[in-house]
Design a protein around this ligand. Structure first.
Ligand code: ATP
Ligand code: MG
Length: 365
């Protein structure tokens, strides 16, 4: 079923069921937000005991090539959304024949492949790092001649938390970088000399209304997001630029839902790093900084409800709890002005996102 008629479609009624592909922490927080608005969620996840399963009305445990399970899931829900972008195309085709998928296929097709995504951003007139497609050693040599070192070789698909990336400091590192990616189709990106990294969490409603949250400033540790702080260090002009960039992307994709747009701040202006067609780790601060957080905003958008107030009412620093960080729970619970969010994961493996905290202060204006 295509989603052509959405402008005229009434909002999802109370008690309707939202299908969520993926059962991780993002699905968990979406499901809680949906419940607050009177909806039920049905989670589809191949892995056992998914974090979203504990807080959802229904859970299907099946792989993305199980056509019978996919069809039954689609028929049991009213609309389908997702918490990660790497859903196989065949599964999407099958699901879309049964129920609307929001955000739509264009956003998924664009963001599943770094090369497609970069070309799309350039066609919109936005700045990206210089890039070139790399399928073999010959391509990499040519790309390095054109772009120069330092550079980063990234897999076109399935990268997250800095995985599937190899840095090339000197041209001599090329062979090793190519080997590290195991022959996967890749993109070489010129290294951007940024002063800091920010992201904009933007939302677009079914009627085309747009609401963007204040940009957050992101710090990474070992390739994983460590903290997001609002307000970010930005001039008024940079802040406006960042929001306009996000709005431009949302409109170009005829998007419905919440999207994360990661940007590098440079003296020459803002450079788009990547987009994520879903709620985003760097938007978790909205849970304590705003009246309507990114999870509720996403549910409102895909349910055809008006978007909520995206204004920021507090200064917030979000800190991810990775692996053993979660052992600090008693101390974190004792901190003033701190909200703790845990994902219900039993095993605190190194590098695993176990939860996050939001530390708040009254907003400085
Ligand atoms: P995540 O899941 O955290 O978003 P990812 O695996 O999708 O990560 P990217 O966002 O592309 O990967 O890169 C991770 C980090 O590596 C960036 O946030 C940035 O710090 C650094 N980085 C990526 N590309 C570049 C670049 N071209 N120049 C400089 N730094 C970069
Ligand atoms: Mg990223």
């Amino acid at each position: 079923m295509t989603d052509q008629t959405r402008e005229t479609t009434p909002p999802l009624p109370a008690g309707a069921t939202i299908g969520i592909l993926g059962g991780g922490q993002l699905g968990r927080m979406l499901s809680v937000a949906a419940a607050r608005l009177g909806y039920r969620c049905h989670v589809y996840e191949p892995g056992a005991r998914p974090p979203a399963g504990d807080v959802s009305a229904a859970l299907t445990t099946a792989s993305y090539d199980d056509t019978a399970a996919l069809r039954a899931f689609a028929q049991a829900v009213d609309v389908i959304t997702y918490e990660f972008e790497n859903i196989p195309t065949a599964a999407l085709d099958l699901l879309e024949a049964e129920r609307p998928i929001r955000p739509g296929r264009k956003a998924l097709a664009t963001s599943q492949d770094r090369l497609t995504e970069k070309r799309f951003l350039r066609e919109l007139g936005l700045s990206t790092a210089p890039f070139a497609a790399v399928d073999d050693a010959g391509d990499l040599d040519r790309a390095l001649d054109e772009i120069g070192a330092p550079a980063i070789l990234k897999t076109r698909r399935f990268g997250y938390d800095g995985k599937g990336q190899a840095r090339i400091t000197r041209p001599e590192d090329a062979a090793q970088a190519l080997a590290a990616l195991n022959g996967a189709p890749a993109v070489l990106e010129g290294f951007v000399d940024f002063t800091h990294e920010i992201s904009v969490i933007g939302a677009r409603g079914a009627d085309g209304q747009i609401s963007c949250y204040d940009p957050g400033e992101n710090l990474h540790r070992d390739g994983i997001l460590h903290t997001t702080t609002v307000p970010a260090r930005l001039s008024a002009a940079q802040r406006t630029d960042a929001v306009l960039i996000a709005a431009r992307i949302l409109n170009a994709l005829d998007y419905t839902g919440v999207m994360g747009v990661e940007l590098f701040v440079t003296p020459q202006g803002l450079i788009v790093n990547e987009i994520a067609p879903r709620v985003h780790n760097s938007g978790h601060w909205t849970q304590q900084g705003c009246a309507v957080d990114q999870f509720e905003q996403h549910i409102r958008a895909i349910a055809g409800l008006p978007l909520g107030d995206g204004q920021r009412y507090a200064d917030v620093t979000m800190e991810n709890l990775i692996g053993d960080d979660v052992a600090r729970l008693p101390a974190l619970c004792g901190e003033p002005a701190t909200a703790v969010h845990l994902y219900g994961k039993a095993d605190p493996r190194p590098g695993r996102k176990m939860g996050h905290v939001n530390r708040i202060q009254p907003a400085r204006r």
